[in-house]
Design a protein around this ligand. Structure first.
Ligand code: GDP
Ligand code: MN
Length: 401
């Protein structure tokens, strides 16, 4: 799950890491209220208005605006809120800006002494956490990596040992920090950062730019945090937020709670597959034979009868579905488990579409496939069994014609 910048700031703040004074707003009026409070607290004359979207590159694309009066706060918030912001990191359509972060202007009054880049992420290849750091903060770090890879440094953190002081020193030396500042304040800063990363089960925690202020504080000006969805149940606040984000589509919530990897699409062939790769291949296949997938649905490698049942019901509740293709490669998920889930779901009849009119083409291969095929045969469901992908594809073609 991607967090917004303002949520990232909340997390850092709770770990005693300094962030600019800021308040999030959803309307221009709220922006003005927020601006008043911040100006009072900070005694500064200007503010920044930062579009809150799940993408970076806002600085280059009009998503970060300076405001020098309340009138400007109102007008600039109004011009950003409710619009789609296109940045080098979004699609052509851009991302809808629902909120802006009104924030103190840290670049005013020569507040900044130095600018850096720092991030922590998990590297699965070496089974360690990595800290990436550079003195080239503030600008496009991908560009720096492309043109000056020598300006980007890394430290590998053994998760068993945790971050070591010599590693913190290496980061500090690059940032030209010394003496008691390095040994105390900076050390505490890096340790807090690593703690926040671990505590929240983050996949990525990135600060760019990280600044050193004139009064010698490390301050996170822009924060990006990505949480691991598999651990989201341990962080109720963000779990609930994830649910809220999906609320526009009740089917997505149901799928999310059943641990199904589900996306609604516009086509007419419902599909249920185990494994994301196989699901992609199956969708290609549906396209090849003239159909259009109604969804992407990966039941996962460890699905049980209950999850299969839910997956099947989700497909059956989609009125645009004209045929169903089930493609299961039975390994850990046994074919008979899948068959049982489908039959249960059918028996309960708690779905919208009349299953008797929707042909199901099913390819079951692997563990317990014979048992599964027998179960389906005796179930009297309108099922066509296929042994290969090609056979299944041709059957779908026939049905759709
Ligand atoms: P990103 O472009 O989405 O990564 O957003 P950032 O928050 O990193 O900001 C990008 C750029 O906007 C920075 O490099 C600055 O040039 C500018 N910016 C961000 N915060 C401030 C601020 O508080 N004051 C001023 N004057 N500029 C800022
Ligand atoms: Mn940034």
């Amino acid at each position: 799950m991607n967090l917004y910048e303002f949520q990232g700031r909340e997390i850092l703040n709770s770990f005693s890491i300094k962030v600019p004074d800021g308040i999030v707003a959803s309307t221009p009026e709220e922006s003005v209220q927020a601006a008043k409070k911040i100006l009072e607290n900070t005694k500064k004359k200007s503010l920044v208005i930062k579009a809150q979207i799940h993408a970076g590159g806002r600085g280059k694309s009009g998503g970060i605006q300076i405001a020098k009066s309340l009138k400007e706060v109102y007008e600039k918030s109004k011009s950003i809120l409710g619009k789609y912001l296109i940045t080098p990191q979004t699609s052509k359509k851009g991302k809808l800006v629902r909120k802006v972060l009104i924030s103190e202007d840290v670049y005013s009054n020569s507040y900044i002494y130095d600018e850096y880049y720092i991030s922590i992420f998990m590297n699965r290849d070496i089974e360690k956490n990595i800290i990436v750091f550079s003195k080239e903060g503030g600008m496009d770090i991908e560009e720096v990596y492309k043109n000056h890879p020598d300006k980007i440094y890394t430290e590998e953190i053994d998760p068993g040992l945790g971050i070591q002081f010599f590693q913190i020193k290496r980061i500090g030396f690059l940032f030209n920090l010394k003496g008691s500042y390095l040994n105390n304040k900076f050390r505490d800063f890096v340790i807090s950062l690593y703690k926040a990363y671990l505590y929240y089960d983050a996949l990525l925690l990135e600060i760019n730019p990280l600044i050193k202020t004139l009064d010698n504080e490390m301050m996170a000006v822009d924060t990006k945090i990505v949480l691991d969805n598999n651990a989201l149940f341990r962080h109720k606040k963000y779990y609930d937020e994830m649910r809220r984000q999906k609320k526009e589509d009740p089917i997505e919530i149901e799928a999310f709670e059943a641990k199904l990897n589900f996306l609604k699409l516009n086509g007419n062939v419902g599909c249920m597959v185990n494994g994301a790769g196989l699901a992609m291949a199956t969708m290609d296949m549906i396209k090849c034979c003239g159909g259009n997938p109604a969804n992407f649905l990966d039941i996962g490698g460890d699905a049980d009868t209950n999850r299969v049942e839910k997956a099947f019901r989700i497909i059956l509740n989609d009125k645009s579905v004209k045929a169903i293709l089930i493609n299961i490669f039975g390994g850990i998920v046994r074919c008979d488990t899948v068959a049982e889930g489908i039959i249960n779901s059918y028996r309960k009849r708690n779905h919208e579409i009349d299953i008797k009119k929707i042909p199901i083409v099913i390819r079951l291969q692997g563990t317990n496939e014979n048992t599964a095929k027998k179960m389906l045969q005796t179930s009297q469901l309108p099922i066509y069994s296929a042994d290969s992908l090609e056979e299944a594809a041709n059957k779908i073609k026939e049905i759709l014609l």
